[in-house]
Design a protein around this ligand. Structure first.
Ligand code: UDP
Length: 232
């Protein structure tokens, strides 16, 4: 069983696909799925996106640098929202970020992050990479490497990586496992190029899995055969 994971979730996990804002049922589903794993003492880092609030590229009326800063602030809003709901559901949670100084947010400090994990806290990394022109996939790759995670789990609405779009092609084939080189050779898009290259460079395994299937995250953390595993 993996001991330390970095879970990347899109902001739409909080709102429902194609929706904006927060859907309480979705968030309680997330809480329930996390509780099943935290029981085992798993160290859990989370990078949350902001697609339920703002995505830089969707705000064409703004300059990209401003739009992306608004996007990053969206991840901070999501992190604080989750912290409060998690704690109301008895999950001890700390939000860390380098982009804002707010009373409920702590700076990122490597030694402290280990202490939070030792004390059983969920650590939510807010604020993306702190830089415009990136996405939270890249933030997830960076944080996974920084916190020495065993694996980066990308929770999505699809159950893995296919050779072609399974929504368009009936004969699309799902991969159970791939190497980084095979993924490049086959031109498969797993994460952003930047995120993928950080994971490849630092030998960070990636698992792409369906987050919306009950108990799937637990199976993933138990190293059962779910989703698609990308390995060095
Ligand atoms: N963002 C950014 N730098 C980062 C991470 C995120 O500028 O390092 C901005 C960017 O505008 C992005 C938005 O924050 O569109 C929300 O992140 P993302 O699109 O990754 O969210 P998700 O699609 O995962 O919900």
């Amino acid at each position: 069983m993996y001991k330390r994971i970095l879970l990347k979730l899109s902001g739409e996990v909080l709102s429902g696909e194609g929706e904006k804002g927060f859907n309480h049922e979705n968030i309680i589903y997330l809480v329930d799925e996390l509780k099943k794993i935290l029981e085992y003492g798993t160290n859990m880092g989370i990078v949350i996106g902001a697609g339920n609030l703002f995505r830089g590229r969707e705000m064409q009326e703004l300059s990209p640098t401003i739009a992306d800063q608004i996007g990053m602030l969206g991840t901070v809003i999501n992190a604080l929202y989750l912290k409060d709901i998690f704690e109301k559901n008895h999950l001890r949670t700390v939000v860390v970020s380098q982009v804002t100084s707010l009373p409920s947010i702590r700076p990122i400090h490597y030694d402290d992050i280990n202490l939070y994990f030792d004390a059983g806290y969920v650590v939510i990394f807010a604020g993306g990479t702190s830089n415009p022109f990136f996405t939270t996939d890249t933030a997830a790759a960076l944080r996974a490497v920084e916190m020495k995670a065993d694996i980066l789990i990308k929770g999505t609405k699809v159950d893995g990586i296919y050779d072609k779009d399974p929504k368009k092609y009936n004969d699309a084939k799902k991969f159970n496992m791939l190497t980084f080189d095979e993924a490049i050779e086959k031109g498969l898009k797993i994460m952003d190029t930047e995120a993928f290259s950080i994971c490849k460079r630092y030998n960070m395994k990636i698992l792409v899995m369906d987050f919306f299937k009950k108990n799937n995250l637990l199976s993933a953390v138990r190293e059962e055969n779910v989703g698609t595993l990308v390995v060095p």
